[in-house]
Design a binder for this molecule. Structure first.
Ligand SMILES: Nc1nc2c(ncn2[C@@H]2O[C@H](COP(=O)(O)OP(=O)(O)OP(=O)(O)O)[C@@H](O)[C@H]2O)c(=O)[nH]1
Ligand SMILES: [Mg+2]
Length: 360
């Protein structure tokens, strides 16, 4: 499951946005020595899945889900002064696939004047420092180990670390390097901030709640970079929207000039940022959406459902939603030849409805 960590300096509105993004009080609270960790899940709304379920209302409809973590806040400027972020903050971001970096653009008593672009720049510099410190320590240890018991694995890891170090010293995020999947996998166990794609969200004042597009455009040239997508929302209003039933929410949003809820917009943006797509399965007990990386083969995608399915893959019977919706019947799709058999190397397309054949 996709896990997104909401990060930002203290008081920028993380907990408010967290509540807006994972309503229905599904939030689980885990414990940690210092602070409660809030983890919530949000359904990924998908009109295609709704349509399929209307045609095949068997059992239940299961949307894809995204997990949000309300990460501990930091004091801006502290990391540069005190040699990195605290272990709690770094520990909480470690398991996240992407970061939702929140920037305050509303006045708040006791806090400095809002300055999203300036704040982003400061944070980015501190993220670079944090990664530099982590990589330096790691390199030191690797050199030591390699001197004691030289091994090719150490040598290749050292090379990777040096590559990261070079990028950071040029003020480039680690995510801008063209790394292989194995390299990314290796780096995932360290608590590197600039490795993760960033969804930057400007947290608007109530008065600006309906000016999302305008404000994003205003900041687009200042807040950008490799693996960065910019968006905006007013967390306090979105929190209210999330608690309303769909009709009242629509009415409230229309009054304020809000086109789509942050819940829907930010999930779409996250999918784009991470190169994710959805495919669907229609079974006897459920219609379900699954999330995979763009470019995955039919066989790899089967692994999202069950590892047995990936291992025992025989064939996939595939029709895209666009072809399905004009016929509203899987057998009619087969008859018309738009539902066809595909082998293990077929590249799954966004919106494919797949039936797997496999042997265990
Ligand atoms: N005007 C305005 N106020 C907001 C918005 N989002 C949050 N606030 C207010 O800002 C204050 C801080 O919000 P929180 O959500 O607690 O901020 P936080 O980032 O979780 O803070 P820490 O957990 O202390 O790091 C609260 O009083 C919120 O009501 C917003 O979009 N607009
Ligand atoms: Mg908070």
């Amino acid at each position: 499951m996709l896990r997104i960590g909401i990060i930002g300096p203290s008081g920028c509105g993380k907990t408010s946005l967290f509540k807006a993004l994972s309503p229905s009080s599904a939030a689980q609270v885990g414990s940690s020595n210092k602070r409660e960790i809030h983890i919530g899940q949000a359904k990924v709304a998908d009109a295609r899945l709704d349509h399929i379920f209307k045609v095949y209302p068997r059992g239940k409809k299961v949307n894809a889900t995204v997990e949000y973590v309300d990460v501990a806040g930091y004091q801006r400027g502290e990391a540069a002064k005190s040699g990195g972020y605290d272990a709690q903050f770094l520990g909480e971001i470690r398991t996240c696939d992407a970061l939702l970096h929140l920037l305050r653009d509303f006045e708040f008593p006791g806090l400095p004047d809002p300055d999203p672009a300036g704040g982003y720049k400061t944070d980015f510099e501190e993220f670079l420092i944090s990664d530099q410190i982590i990589i330096e320590h790691k390199l030191e240890r690797l050199h030591k180990e390699n001197n004691k018991h030289p091994q090719p694995e150490y040598a290749s890891e050292i090379k990777l670390m040096e590559q990261c170090q070079a990028a950071l010293s040029e003020e480039k995020p680690i995510r801008s390097l063209h790394l292989t999947n194995e390299e990314i996998f290796l780096l995932k166990s360290y608590q590197l901030l600039t490795l993760k794609p960033e969804l930057v969200v400007i947290n608007l004042s109530e008065a600006d709640a309906g000016r999302v597009a305008e404000i994003v455009e205003q900041y687009q040239s200042k807040i950008k970079g490799d693996g960065v997508v910019l968006s905006a929302a007013c967390a306090s209003i979105e929190m209210e929207i999330a608690e309303l039933d769909p009709d009242s929410a629509r009415e409230f949003m229309d009054d304020l000039g809000i086109k789509a809820s942050a819940l829907d917009r930010l999930i779409t943006a996250s999918y784009e940022l991470l190169g994710l797509i959805s495919f669907f399965t229609v079974g006897n007990d459920e219609c379900r959406a699954w999330t995979i990386k763009k470019g995955m083969t039919a066989r790899q995608a089967a692994g999202a459902i069950h590892s047995d399915m990936e291992r025992g893959f025989i064939r996939a019977e595939v029709v895209n939603f666009e072809d399905f919706k004009t016929r509203n019947s899987l057998s009619a799709c087969r008859k018309d030849g738009v539902r066809r058999l595909e082998g293990k190397n077929y590249i799954v397309q966004d919106g494919d409805i797949i039936e797997y054949r496999f042997a265990v």
